[in-house]
Ligand binder design. Structure first.
Ligand SMILES: CC(C)(COP(=O)(O)OP(=O)(O)OC[C@H]1O[C@@H](n2cnc3c(N)ncnc32)[C@H](O)[C@@H]1OP(=O)(O)O)[C@@H](O)C(=O)NCCC(=O)NCCS
Length: 171
């Protein structure tokens, strides 16, 4: 039995743990030090960017977290904000993160979360869904491609530090 429901303060620990795992998958060019510091940085980032606290969830940009509950346990989440495409000004629902816990992957819940994002956009009167994904995250990219997303921009990066892991690319 599964359900999708709004975020509650008691979700915070599970939400944060899955956010950290997801963020680590998105840090293609990061150093080991940057990866190690993520657990400490992420709560601050969530607070500063999204006005996110454990008690309230996101409070900025129309942010919303929907929690996937499977057999009464935390199974994953969808975190969305409202956004505008920089050149056209078109409104978008931006998928800040989407994740399913490891034990439940490959059972269709990723698609469920995408379908929910689509329904949420329509309910808000928004015609576009958008997201960013690490180039190396093949599983997530396949899900997005199969659910109709097109690559519209690439983020290209050069690491100028002597000890950096080299160039990275993100879509
Ligand atoms: C990316 C992620 C959300 C995908 O979630 P998921 O639940 O595994 O995705 P789905 O199950 O819907 O689809 C994945 C695969 O399962 C298959 N599948 C779909 N429905 C299925 C079902 N009912 N039974 C069995 N398999 C199914 C799909 O065919 C797909 O495989 P394929 O693309 O090789 O054909 C998940 O892997 C995840 O949380 N990863 C870590 C966090 C992350 O990277 N998030 C994205 C950041 S941008």
């Amino acid at each position: 039995m599964w359900t999708l429901r709004p975020y509650r303060s008691s979700d915070y620990a599970a939400f944060l743990e899955l956010e950290i795992e997801t963020a680590l998958l998105s840090m293609d060019g990061a150093t080991d030090e940057e990866r190690g510091a993520l657990g400490e940085r992420l709560p601050d980032q969530l607070r500063t960017f999204y006005g996110f606290s454990a008690a309230t969830g996101p409070t900025r940009f129309g942010g919303r977290v929907s929690v996937l509950e499977v057999d009464e346990r935390y199974g994953g989440h969808l975190f969305t904000i409202e956004d505008r495409e920089v050149f056209t000004g078109a409104e978008r629902l931006w998928v800040t993160s989407l994740a399913v816990i490891g034990a439940l992957r490959g059972q269709g819940f990723g698609r469920v979360l995408i379908a929910h994002a689509e329904a949420e956009a329509r309910a808000r009167g928004i015609q576009r869904l958008a997201l960013g994904v690490a180039e190396s995250n093949a599983r997530a990219r396949r899900l997005y491609e199969r659910t109709g997303f097109l690559t519209t921009r690439l983020v290209m990066e050069r690491n100028l530090g002597a000890e950096g892991p080299g160039p990275t690319r993100q879509t």
